[in-house]
Write a protein that binds this ligand. Structure first.
Ligand code: GDP
Ligand code: MG
Length: 162
């Protein structure tokens, strides 16, 4: 019944940190070690009076086997259920080949994509984030999931895309 917003990206880009930021509490498991979120986890969230399901997913990777493959599959299930996808990339790293492969999967799903350039902890990161306009996904929302920078504008865009 509520709109579903899936948070997807390769391992370690800050998906769970962003989920916690949006929830305003520490529920999603954050780890320095990649690949901790294995399943898709639904959380009830709210922004400016709009309620929605926020889905944290495990890190998506291609060319992997075993558990990592099943984690990626679960992330794709979350995308198939989603009304909006938040595609999280690490602005400090830029676009990797894994990001590019995931973007192909997202485009096939024909779901609105909101591009999130995470780990923009200060003004200096804005330039790296702006380079992501090249992906053709519209505005890259520069955020710091860790410090909260930019999360309000991002959530406004997510609600508008529902
Ligand atoms: P996930 O694998 O995508 O869910 O990533 P996590 O949320 O577990 O975060 C992975 C690592 O990146 C952790 O060490 C986080 O503290 C760190 N991290 C997440 N968001 C930010 C951010 O905005 N800025 C910085 N500097 N680090 C971040
Ligand atoms: Mg995680």
């Amino acid at each position: 019944n509520l709109p579903v917003v899936a948070v997807v990206g390769r391992p370690n880009v800050g998906k769970s940190t962003l989920v916690n930021r949006i929830l305003g509490r520490r529920e999603a498991v954050v780890e320095d070690r990649p690949g901790v979120t294995r399943d898709r986890v639904f959380y009830e969230a709210e922004w400016t009076g709009t309620d929605f399901w926020l889905v944290d997913t495990g890190g998506w990777e291609d060319r992997v086997q075993g558990i990592a493959y099943r984690v990626a599959e679960q992330a794709e299930v979350a995308v198939s259920l989603a009304d909006v996808v938040m595609f999280i990339v690490d602005a400090n790293v830029g676009i990797t080949s894994t990001d590019e492969q995931l973007l192909k999967v997202l485009r096939k799903a024909k779901v609105p994509i909101v591009l999130v350039a995470n780990k923009v902890d200060d003004q200096r990161g804005e330039l790296e984030a702006a380079a992501l306009w090249n992906l053709g996904l519209g505005e890259p929302y520069a955020v710091s999931a860790l410090h909260g920078r930019g999360s309000g504008d991002l959530l406004d865009a997510v609600v508008a895309a529902m």
